[in-house]
Design a protein around this ligand. Structure first.
Ligand code: FUC
Length: 794
């Protein structure tokens, strides 16, 4: 340890003397930093969070703006409309037979018309006077902004720096005015359920605090240095409280919602918020939010900011430090992140930025998704609007799942839990939707899902028709077990959800002329129209039945295992078409020039496991043909998905090319407009490294982080494959703490493009196969004991 530190110091000194930048990664800082304040929320402000609350700070000189949102603050649901019925249409299923018949006869237009008329869900209803876009479907809501005016005002400052430190999960702003230093520090504490904002200065300062919100303020109060605002969402009257406790050496006054602090060298703001929302069908209310706010703030009494910080550090680093990732090569940490990103785009080497972006995904997940909090939505937990793009909801035709792809792979299993809770909460409303629309057992969700169990087919055709969303979500429920084999979890929580998701498909699939089971009506997400036999449905049905078969086998439920396997094996297998492509539909109608962002028919390659170069090389080749044809350019999340596809196809260089396209400045190719763009113009990442669809969607960040893990290790085929898609420009590096299915923690070191050492720790005793460059090696592992593999072992 001492020696390592000594070497580091010597190396840094040498580097400085020689005027070269460090080529070894240990000194890299994992910081995003800028030399000016943010002026744009989406592109520049920096995200912090405590799982419950997502906040963005701007670092303005004369005024700090902290915008925040609590994950459960939603418009819509029963509170917005007493007739809200989760979108369901109880008679929809009566048209299913006719639709199927029309599809069989090739009358697709008529089938589409019938589905549109009778089998789509109830559109969002608006009450008189409701000015929101989403009516009783609702949208995730901003809670508002805390503005903090600083006495010195908007004046010239020296040495301005605004940063986000991923190692510590803190935001910082520093500068000086005529030799007097000013410093701000911001962080979110999950254990305490609070956000902490600290302002200090050499010179006593004046601060004026004001909370602005587009929601309805019912009552503001100030007592014992505690500000509170109780309010509600105008659309559904969902109640909330946000409050902050001040700790300061200054004099504090309160009048009309404004708090002023005079003569303070130190101002500590401990902030929290909660809502009446409860994730419980059918009412979704009843949370004792006022008590929660009080309890959280009372619990910080007598604790100083150092102790708050300490508790946050311990909590955060326990998760974050599980994975380290270092690449040998040039790192431009000395440049502000926006400049660095631009140079990188222009072709400058910056493996440090590649490391940073990977870890940023992990940081964002820890900040946005912790046990007991809402699942991440399209923007994670960060939303500054009452009408956010796509309602900032839970989209299940790719986005919600992608948000959680890195959870298990990058050793953040706990962060997966909010998604699993959410999935569990969808089963009951989803059963009603399955019954009403399809007359089946089991449960469904469709394309867009809200916080209030809207599991119906959505109100627009064809985009809203997507019952496969449930089985795809359920893959996460299974994977949580696959990575952390805990039979009690499997039996008590996962299996019931899985069985119900499988039952929908057991009932829904129908035999074709060759006696294969096909999905009809079906729809390949946001591409084409309703038809019979969209490949993605078959692949997802295969996945849930395959996973259910394995789960049933583990739990000794022979009868369900037999059923799941029998149905699985009758599903129409992936088809290869006339130009060698994996078919998107049952019919060989794919257009080789089509560049659509959804690459749904490659689900079986990723995140599924039906296709792999190792087990099904011909199908993997057909997937590659299809992927080549789609091209690289795409919206943010689609680029992220393609990193994963290429990693699974073991083409590390192509995966890295796509990864770089995710990181490139958004709009670097054509001007990003900040508005929705489906063609890929303006995709990449903003200066704050949040991914641009455009606009901002967090799924691209998470897809990219997962993609890097897939480049370094894979375990979906049963073996653990080491460095399956190592790019040539990452010749030397090290990753520690990745997780593999079966419950393994893996550290990898490589040099000159070759494996140097793999260190494996198993959660459970048993044999395991490891693969490196096509060669396999079996080891008998004992739980908790470290095993080392080197190049010579293969
Ligand atoms: C899916 C995608 C869109 C967008 C939306 C939030 O429907 O097709 O591109 O990402 O989700």
């Amino acid at each position: 340890m001492m020696l390592a530190r000594y070497k580091t110091v010597v190396f840094v000194c040498f580097s400085v003397l020689l005027g070269v930048k460090s080529t070894f990664s240990q000194q890299r800082t994992l910081k995003l930093w800028y030399d000016k304040p943010a002026t744009d929320w989406m592109r520049e402000a920096l995200p912090i969070g405590n799982g419950y609350i997502g906040a963005m700070f701007f670092g303005g000189i004369g005024e700090e703006q902290i915008q925040f949102s609590e994950g459960s603050l939603w418009s819509g649901g029963p509170g917005a409309n007493p007739a809200y019925n989760f979108g369901n249409r109880p008679d929809a299923w009566k048209y299913l037979g006719k639709v199927r018949e029309l599809i069989k006869q090739g009358k697709l237009e008529e089938a589409n018309e019938l589905v549109e008329k009778h089998m789509t869900g109830v559109a969002p209803a608006k009450q008189p006077g409701d000015s929101t876009d989403w009516g009783d479907y609702g949208a995730q809501q901003t809670m508002g902004d805390l503005f903090i005016k600083i006495g010195h005002g908007q004046v010239p400052v020296e040495g301005y720096r605004r940063e986000l430190d991923l190692q510590k999960a803190i935001g910082q702003v520093s500068y000086s005015i005529k030799g007097n230093a000013y410093y701000r520090c911001f962080f979110g504490s999950y254990p305490q359920g609070v956000m902490v904002y600290k302002f200090t200065s050499d010179k006593a300062e004046r601060y004026v605090l004001h909370f602005n919100t587009p929601q309805h303020k019912e009552k503001e109060s100030f007592e014992d240095l505690r500000y509170s605002c109780v309010g509600n969402v105008p659309n559904n009257k969902l109640a909330f409280e946000t409050a902050y406790q001040l700790v300061t050496d200054g004099n504090v006054k309160y009048a009309d919602g404004t708090v002023s602090v005079e003569g303070a060298k130190s101002l500590l703001i401990i902030h929290t918020a909660a809502t009446a929302y409860q994730m419980r069908y059918p009412n979704y209310t009843g949370n004792d939010f006022r008590n929660i706010v009080k309890r959280r703030l009372d619990a910080t009494k007598g604790i100083n900011d150092k102790q708050l910080f300490q508790a946050h550090q311990e909590d955060y680093q326990r998760l974050f430090n599980r994975v380290s990732f270092h690449l040998s090569g040039h790192s431009a940490d000395h440049l502000p992140t926006d400049k660095r990103q631009q140079l990188f785009f222009e072709g400058g080497e910056d493996v440090g930025l590649e490391q940073l972006y990977f870890q940023y995904g992990r940081y964002l997940m820890i900040a946005a998704s912790r046990p007991g909090t809402m699942p991440m939505h399209l923007q994670g937990k960060w939303n500054n609007s009452v009408n956010p793009p796509w309602a900032a909801d839970y989209h299940t035709n790719i986005n919600e799942q992608m948000l959680y792809w890195p959870a298990e792979l990058t050793n953040l299993a706990e962060c997966h839990e909010p998604l699993i809770d959410y999935i569990e909460s969808l089963v009951e409303p989803g059963k009603k939707s399955a019954h009403d629309f399809f007359h089946t057992r089991g449960w469904v969700v469709n394309t867009m899902n809200n916080a209030f169990g809207y599991t119906a087919v959505n109100w627009g055709l064809p985009w809203g028709f997507y019952p496969a969303g449930a089985a795809w979500l359920t893959q996460h429920v299974w994977e949580h077990y696959a990575f952390n084999p805990d039979k009690a979890y499997l039996r008590n929580r996962a299996y019931p959800i899985m069985q119900e998701a499988a039952r929908f498909w057991i009932d829904y699939l129908t035999p074709d002329a060759e006696d294969h089971l096909v999905s009809s009506p079906s729809y390949s997400p946001e591409h084409g129209g309703i038809s019979g036999g969209a490949s993605m449905d078959h692949q997802i049905a295969w996945d849930i039945l395959n996973n259910s078969f394995e789960a049933a086998t583990v739990l000794g439920d022979q009868s369900f295992a037999d059923t799941a396997r029998r149905i699985r094996d009758r599903i129409l297998p992936p088809q290869v078409g006339r130009w060698g492509q994996l078919q998107e539909w049952k019919e060989d109608v794919d257009d080789p020039h089509n560049k659509h962002r959804h690459v749904s028919h490659l689900f079986a390659l990723h995140p599924g496991r039906q296709i792999s170069p190792l087990k099904t090389p011909e199908l993997a080749e057909a997937a590659k043909v299809g992927l080549e044809a789609r091209g690289d350019e795409a919206t943010g999340w689609s680029l992220g998905w393609k990193v994963n596809f290429w990693a699974r196809l073991k083409d590390g260089d192509r995966a890295l090319k796509l990864y770089k396209m995710v990181i490139k400045p958004a709009g670097a190719i054509k001007a990003g407009t900040g508005t929705v763009n489906y063609e890929g113009d303006g995709s990449g990442s903003y200066a704050n490294l949040l991914d641009a669809h455009p606009p901002f969607q967090l799924d691209g960040n998470m897809g990219a982080t997962a993609g890097v893990a897939e480049m370094l290790m894979q375990s979906q085929t049963g073996e653990i494959e080491l460095l399956p898609a190592l790019p040539t420009s990452w010749p030397t590096g090290e990753v520690k703490g990745l997780r593999a299915r079966g419950g393994f923690t893996v550290n990898l070191k490589w040099e000159a493009g070759q494996l140097k050492a793999a260190e494996i720790t198993a959660d459970q005793t048993g044999p395991k196969a490891f693969v490196y460059q096509g060669k396999s090696r079996n080891i008998d592992l004992v739980a908790g004991k470290k095993y080392k593999l080197t190049l010579r072992d293969f």
